[in-house]
Design a protein around this ligand. Structure first.
Ligand code: MRU
Length: 351
């Protein structure tokens, strides 16, 4: 049974298994509408991941794990002798739904390995594993919350980017989990959240989560971050990650790299919070991380209203890579690494 609420600052779940299907909070509709979508197939789940109904690296991995349960149930019913082969095709579709977040491939590889060992009806054992992946993520977030909070000297403000909270994970959040814990522990008084163009994860999602949890926050335009640092209003920038290469380079939401450069210049510390499922030892450095490019329309339109002249073209990379040398602390559920290097990461992963 998944733990639903574990603290006064943890009231949201965006991914849930109900009876025999997956339920997702439709993140495209937030903050104005809290609508849930019921999904019964892997194809529909892949579509929901592609279209950002569910987003955030750990959350899409968890949704995909539940999708494998539904795919296995269908395959076993239709082709009891040949269900594994059929399942592999559906897993491939899920893997291709978004390219950057390694948590998606990590969760699918775990489900795939488990499926190879199963004799008989696969639904129950695969559902148990999907629930475990989900619960482990929540537990990791709580643990990282405390580890990250311990790094923060009592200070007035921190800055975060994108959405890394309950909506982006199994629950509680990575960077936002640290912020939740640090706020509960009296370490921080105020949160600054970048609005995070072009998909507005900061304004539509993070500000919504912070308001629900009554954590004092200001939203700012992405371009205001350097000015905020210069005024000394924040002591840490705290972000999540979609994939961390073996050498510690960090892929995260577009704009993160600028924050890291600005933080170093202004003497503000830079913290990355991610479970070890985000670390990809097979990707040696940041240059090898595939960066998703999303449709131009996300930049050219706001709320379905065109904001640029006709014939204007837009470039819309969804992520960027921050070099490990700009990261002061990498917080994982296995422990904290200061100034990450390939050697320190290899040792952490082997522990
Ligand atoms: O495009 P998104 O909204 O899926 O991007 C999400 C992020 O970049 C988050 O910062 C990242 O997944 C870490 S969240 C736990």
């Amino acid at each position: 049974m998944l733990k639903i609420i574990m603290s006064q600052h943890d009231s949201i779940r965006a991914v849930e298994w109900k009876d025999n299907h997956l339920v997702l909070l439709d993140q495209r509709k937030l903050p104005h509408n809290e609508q849930f979508i019921a999904l019964y197939s892997a194809d529909d789940t892949a579509e929901a991941i592609r279209n950002m109904v569910v987003r955030g690296a750990p959350a899409i991995g968890i949704a995909a794990a539940y999708a494998v349960v539904m795919a296995a149930r269908k395959s076993y019913k239709q082709y009891p002798q040949d269900w594994r082969q059929r399942l592999l095709a559906e897993i491939e579709t899920l893997k291709n739904s978004r390219p950057t977040a390694i948590n998606l491939m990590w969760a699918l590889n775990r489900m795939c390995l488990a499926a190879e060992q199963i004799q008989g009806d696969p639904e129950y054992p695969l559902l148990e594993l999907a629930k475990k992946i989900h619960q482990d993520d929540i537990d990791a977030n709580y643990h990282m919350g405390e580890l990250g909070s311990a790094l923060i000297a009592p200070s007035h403000g921190v800055l975060t980017h994108c959405n890394t909270g309950s909506l982006a994970t199994g629950g509680y959040g990575t960077a936002l989990g640290v912020i939740r814990s640090a706020y509960s522990n009296g370490k921080i008084e105020h949160v600054y959240a970048d609005e995070t163009r072009p998909w507005w994860q900061g304004s539509r999602l993070t500000a919504w989560e912070l308001a629900k949890d009554k954590i004092p926050a200001h939203l700012l335009c992405d371009g205001a971050a350097a000015h905020l640092m210069k005024l000394g209003k924040v002591s840490w920038v705290i972000v999540g990650s979609d994939r961390i290469a073996a050498n510690g380079d960090v892929a995260n939401k577009i704009g993160t790299y600028s924050l890291a450069v600005n933080a170093r210049y202004h003497g503000v510390k830079f913290m990355v919070v991610a479970p070890t499922s985000t670390i990809d030892l097979a990707t040696l450095c940041g240059n090898d991380i595939p960066i998703e490019e999303r449709p131009q329309d996300e930049v050219l339109n706001v709320s379905n209203q065109r904001i640029a002249a006709h014939h204007t073209q837009a470039w819309n990379p969804a992520f960027d890579v921050t070099p490990a040398s700009l990261v002061d602390a990498l917080v994982t559920e296995k422990g904290v690494i200061e100034n990450p290097t390939a050697e320190k990461i290899a040792a952490l992963m082997a522990s």
